[in-house]
Design a protein around this ligand. Sequence first.
Ligand SMILES: O=C(O)CCC(=O)C(=O)O
Ligand SMILES: [Fe+2]
Length: 337
Amino acid sequence: MGGSRVPVPRLEGVSREQFVQHLYPQRKPLVLEGIDLGACTSKWTVDYLSQVGGRKEVKIHVAAVPQMDFISKNFVYRTLPFDKLVQRAAEEKHKEFFISESFLQATCKNISSYGHQRALVERDEKYYLRSLGEDPRKDIADIRKQFPLLEGDIKFPDFFKEQQFFSSVFRISSPGLQLWTHYDVMDNFLIQVTGKKRVVLFSPRDAQYLYLSGTKSAVLNIDNPDLAKYPLFSNARRYECSLEAGDVLFIPALWFHNVISEEFGVGVNVFWKHLPSECYDKTDTYGNKDPTAASRAAQILDRALKTLAELPEEYRDFYARRMVLHIQDKAYSKNFE
Ligand SMILES: O=C(O)CCC(=O)C(=O)O
Ligand SMILES: [Fe+2]
């Protein structure tokens, strides 16, 4: 089964009842077409957003190359007024740059990729906004609060209960920008308001092939992976879809996703709680902190590993293997598709 490719199913005109009763329980990604999203899909042009969205300062990721890399940190955080961010992300050629030529030269010494060489010759910069709450450390993003004048333009799919709502987040990006593969712990409707993007997803079951570092996969180049470094990646089954204005992608919690904006585009994603509220980490503002029971179990495992380290290698290996078998027997789901 390894390495196969699966198109994400697309369904048109799904009702709340159909989603809640039949589709949601399957916990698989799905593109919903023809959902009533309000006037945003036609109204949210660059001019309109920069006039009505206002001048509030937003924090953005800025990268000199399209593929953002959390390992080498080839991007920087900057702030811009919202209207300027929209204009900068949409413009074809930039007049102003955040990343200086000397910074580029310095990073190019370490990163000998084609993208970086090109960035030096044809100077470009990519912008990415993931909107935050009023006080990013405490508050959860809700575009209806941070951008009240835009609230009336957008309707969120009414496919979960109001008490389950967690956050709504602007996702605005330059054409070409690629966001690394990661998972979030909330259920998610990724609403493509304008522009086009490609989304590749991997099942939580394939976590073993993704070389995780926290919530992110170290395999950045999913289209041409370094298989000498990441040999297991070729076993991961790749689910893929292309989103256009008006499409809504259901990303179930824990499903990995990698996003490339094919055009300048505006997206909004809505996170909601699948589990009872008390299961989630109360300090989580981004929707990506593991449920508290998972974090506690991971801490206990670290303690178990320290205890195992008291044994000599031969014994440690034997008892570690027995513990793995015990975990597989007791905790793995028997529900394989
Ligand atoms: O569309 C994007 O820019 C990223 C989407 C994403 O990571 C999310 O909705 O959780
Ligand atoms: Fe995400």
